[in-house]
Design a protein around this ligand. Sequence first.
Ligand code: SAM
Ligand code: DTB
Ligand code: SF4
Length: 317
Amino acid sequence: MSSSTLDRLRGIYHQSFFELIQQARGVFLDHWKDDTVQLCTLLSIKTGGCSEDCGYCAQSSHYSTGVEGGKLMPVEEVMESARNAKSVGAQRFCMGAAWKGVREGDPRFDSVLEIVRQVSTLGMEVCVTLGQLTEGAARELKKAGVTAYNHNIDTSPEHYSRIVTTHTFQDRLNTIRHAQKAGMSVCCGGIIGMGETEDDRLKMLEVLTNFDPPPESVPINCLSPIVGTPLEGQSPVDVFELVRLIATTRIAIPKARVRLSAGRTNLSREAQALCFFAGANSIFYGNKLLTAQNPLPDEDMKLLGELDLHPKDSVLK
Ligand code: SAM
Ligand code: DTB
Ligand code: SF4
């Protein structure tokens, strides 16, 4: 990791606000032929009871958040949600599990593989986020039909151990490497609003920028503060800091889908419009994220229509 990448990111991020978003818009237009927004629907296929202590997470068993630990959802229930997502226009279906990780040979992992095989028949992009992956598990997911693996680095290397102690930043990088080696696209981003500095955010972006290959998608989540977690009292993210980070991400990783992720329920329509102008071109679509609320699908369609943005080619038949 060269310090020059970080210096370059700082230079981009701290230029005057309008120069920054104008530059980001230019980079967007150079790399993306149309104004499409990818709609990605999330489903929690195994909720809560997680062994990890991620300080932001409703699903960690270390905190009393009111989210109960559940079992892996049966394949038919997952298929019902996936068909429904497709029928309302989602192009990507992302399934999340509150696990530290998965390995080959575990019967629960075999069930996930069967879920992936079935969901991938629907024609949407298939993304999963299951925690840490061995190389073998990554290969099996790819073979079953996964197109992208979501595994966020979440914050800077320096800030990470203040947020999570049950695994390391390096563990996250190892899993990302395994997913890449298996030929899956990597969806990797982070959360802002966890007490980090703006420079921490740029250090996170520095790590993402230096991935080889760069991430196919970069989710930028604003912390959705969960009562019962150590981060429950964090102040909301400043919207112009969010826009600056999105613009800098667009410039640093031009070909990535930059996904305006958790926390949109706290953003005005105008703030979201600025995020799209600055280079965001994907959202989570559906009234629920994993456990937290998301804007209603009808409201999102209305907003996209008002901004003359179009959902990426729908796979609706
Ligand atoms: N267990 C897997 C893992 O840790 O990668 C997958 C699920 S985990 C919930 C997926 C991602 O959701 C996290 O890496 C984090 O970026 C995001 N996330 C979780 N809780 C959040 C919150 N309260 N606010 C914003 N983003 C959150
Ligand atoms: C990502 O970066 N954000 C999504 C998805 N990847 C898995 C998850 C957001 C979770 C928000 C909190 C919740 O729903 O519990
Ligand atoms: Fe939540 Fe994933 Fe951390 Fe488990 S590993 S506590 S599900 S973010």
